[in-house]
Design a protein around this ligand. Structure first.
Ligand code: HEC
Ligand code: HEC
Length: 255
């Protein structure tokens, strides 16, 4: 083992040790109430009165950040607070945790951007920061991504193929997400007007493939890399809402 590997395993040990457990109590007092509200908003984003006005589809944060970001594998929120402020190539600016949260509202949630410092923004940031307790601060100069972000997959040997993707989707996905991608009682829409927009991370085939590999089907994520790319290419070959950069989307203070 070289020094980097040892340091890496120590960090992983620290992170897994510090992982917030389901039964962990929220902090006392007002802070705890805010953390709890943040978790509720992450689980009920499209229906809660505080967040509903900012959501333009039927998804919730927990639709992609599984178990409200507590699932370590699928775009986990654990440790995310430790990397901010971080440089974001997408915005060519240094952004805060709140900015990163609000970006998911305008892209993945196809909605509007709640104001920085609003109750929504502060509560979700408080929840994610609580989930990040004891993770050492390590600001990220390259990307606004935390220590448990999705691991990018190597491009498969064979180019992603829509016909293979279509038949795999019929076998493994359509029972819950329906043949026309519009979703059902058992799974949210994956394309069409109620889905995330084309500015969302999952609208990019490699990101969708990495996420599918660890997240779908729920509880039995066993797709091979080639299958994950084929299905991701098929899903993202359909129409979804167009991303429109809101006037107030960019953090202005670094300009
Ligand atoms: C359609 C799926 C989807 C939805 C819905 C969604 N996100 Fe995301 N989000 C992603 C993906 C994909 C990433 C990039 C994750 C990666 O590369 O590890 C991401 C990244 C993030 C990050 C940075 C994560 C990290 O590892 O540093 C935060 C914070 C975040 N989202 C917050 C939210 C919040 C809060 C909501 C609800 C308001 C939300 N997201 C809704 C898909 C989604
Ligand atoms: C047993 C039902 C089921 C199956 C099968 C299934 N999913 Fe899902 N899927 C869900 C549920 C439920 C969620 C939301 C997760 C949550 O709320 O915990 C979800 C979330 C998603 C999301 C993110 C949210 C969204 O709707 O955009 C995508 C993308 C997705 N699934 C794609 C797939 C693909 C592709 C397959 C096939 C490989 C698949 N799923 C198989 C139930 C299913």
């Amino acid at each position: 083992m070289n020094t980097a590997t040892i340091a890496g395993s120590l960090l992983m040990a620290l992170i897994s040790q510090s992982r917030v457990q389901a039964q962990d109590p929220y902090p006392p007092g007002e802070l705890g109430k805010t953390v709890r509200l943040g978790e509720t908003l992450v689980r009920e984003t499209n229906t809660h009165p505080l967040t509903k006005p900012y959501v333009g589809n039927v998804l919730q944060c927990t639709s992609c950040h599984l178990d409200a970001g507590r699932d370590l594998k699928a775009a986990s929120f654990i440790g995310v607070a430790s990397v901010y402020p971080a440089y974001s190539p997408r915005e060519s600016a240094v952004i805060t945790l709140e900015d990163r949260i609000l970006n998911c509202f305008i892209r993945s949630q196809n909605g509007k951007r709640p104001p920085n410092g609003s109750q929504v923004s502060v509560a979700i940031a408080a929840y994610i920061t609580w989930l990040s307790k004891d993770v050492p601060i390590q600001m990220n100069p390259k990307a606004p991504l935390g220590p448990n972000s999705l691991r990018p997959l190597k491009e498969p040997a064979v180019r992603p193929d829509l016909a293979r993707g279509k038949s795999l989707y019929a076998d493994r996905c359509s029972a819950c997400h329906s043949d026309d991608g519009s979703g059902s009682d058992d799974g949210p829409p994956v394309w069409g007007h109620n889905s995330f927009n084309d500015g969302a991370g999952l609208s990019k085939v490699p990101k969708m493939a990495s996420w599918l590999k660890v997240a779908m089907p729920p509880g039995e994520a066993d797709l091979k890399i080639q299958e994950a790319f084929d299905i991701a290419a098929f899903v993202n070959s359909h129409d979804r809402p167009r991303f429109q950069q809101p006037i107030n989307a960019k953090p202005q203070r670094n300009k």
